[in-house]
Structure formats: structure tokens, C-alpha cells
Design a protein around this ligand. Structure first.
Ligand SMILES: [Zn+2]
Length: 162
């Protein structure tokens, strides 16, 4: 029997996969509740301090996108905590969520994919935020399947008419 090691996440790639997997788990939770499958986690000093998923359908919320939900669930943080934070989202953050990133001074955002939707990435980059786009197959599939099945709900989420 191999000796059981405590969970240790070593390489940066493994860390990124680990946190994105947590964001994907949030997206799936949302989908199970009949919601839009977008998930997000906020990580500070290697620890997930907030998890969230899109709550538009479940709570009838116009502001609780996955990123906003994760920020809300993380609670009030200090400026230096936000500056050390990395936001993971399964989908490219929209204008609102990108605005929250800039407002709180979050310096790094890891994005699952930007094929099905692309937020104001250049604007965010120009403001000094590091963006990492993974083009993760699972993230792309979750959104393409959802949009195909629910085009009206999706267009409402991004503020477009059918
Ligand atoms: Zn958003």
C-alpha cells in the first residue's frame, strides 16, 4: 500500500486545474437547480474563500452572476486580500463582473472559456489585470449545450433580445 500523502497541490498547472474544477462543480450545481451553468471561485493565498454560481433563474436575481455570487459569498474583504485574490470563472466575465474585478482591485482572473461569450477582456487587461484563458473543453460543452437548449434564457443573461 502506498503511503497516504496529505493533499498537496504542486505545479501551477495543477493548481489552476484544481480551482477551475471547483468553479465547474459550482456551474454543475447551478445546472442541477435549473440554472445557467456558470460557476466561479475566489482564491486567496491558495484557499477558496468564496464559491458561487449564476443565480438568475433560481433567485430571480439580476446581479448574481457566478462571479458576483462568489464575491458576495466571500463576504467583505480588505483591499490587500482582494489584491492577492485570483478569481476563477468558467466563462469570460461580463461587463458587470469585470467591473467588480476592477473595483476591488483583483489582479488575476482565470477564465474557463471565451468561445461562447467574451467579456471586455482587453479593457480588463489594459487596467493591469492578468487574464488566463484556458479554453477548457468541459466549460465550452456546458455552455454550448445550455445555449442550444435555452437560447432565450441565455440571451436574457447577457442583455440581448432573441
Ligand atoms: Zn457577469
Amino acid at each position: 500500500m502506498p503511503k497516504k500523502e496529505p493533499l498537496r497541490i504542486s505545479s501551477p498547472e495543477a493548481k489552476t486545474r484544481f480551482y477551475m474544477a471547483a468553479a465547474i462543480a459550482e456551474a454543475k450545481k447551478g445546472l442541477e437547480d435549473g440554472g445557467i451553468p456558470i460557476g466561479s471561485v475566489l482564491v486567496i493565498d491558495g484557499k477558496i474563500v468564496g464559491r458561487g454560481h449564476n443565480q438568475r433563474i433560481q433567485k430571480g436575481s439580476v446581479i448574481l452572476h457566478a462571479e458576483m455570487d462568489a464575491l458576495e459569498n466571500a463576504g467583505r474583504l480588505t483591499a490587500s486580500e482582494y489584491q492577492r485574490a485570483t478569481l476563477y470563472s468558467t466563462l469570460s466575465p461580463c461587463d458587470m463582473c469585470s467591473g467588480a474585478v476592477l473595483l476591488y482591485g483583483i489582479r488575476k482572473v482565470v477564465v474557463g472559456e471565451n468561445m461562447t461569450f467574451q467579456g471586455p477582456e482587453d479593457f480588463v487587461r489594459n487596467r493591469g489585470v492578468e487574464l488566463v484563458i484556458l479554453q477548457d473543453k468541459e466549460c465550452i460543452k456546458m455552455m454550448t449545450d445550455f445555449i442550444e437548449a435555452n437560447p432565450t434564457l441565455w440571451n436574457e443573461d447577457i442583455g440581448e433580445e432573441d
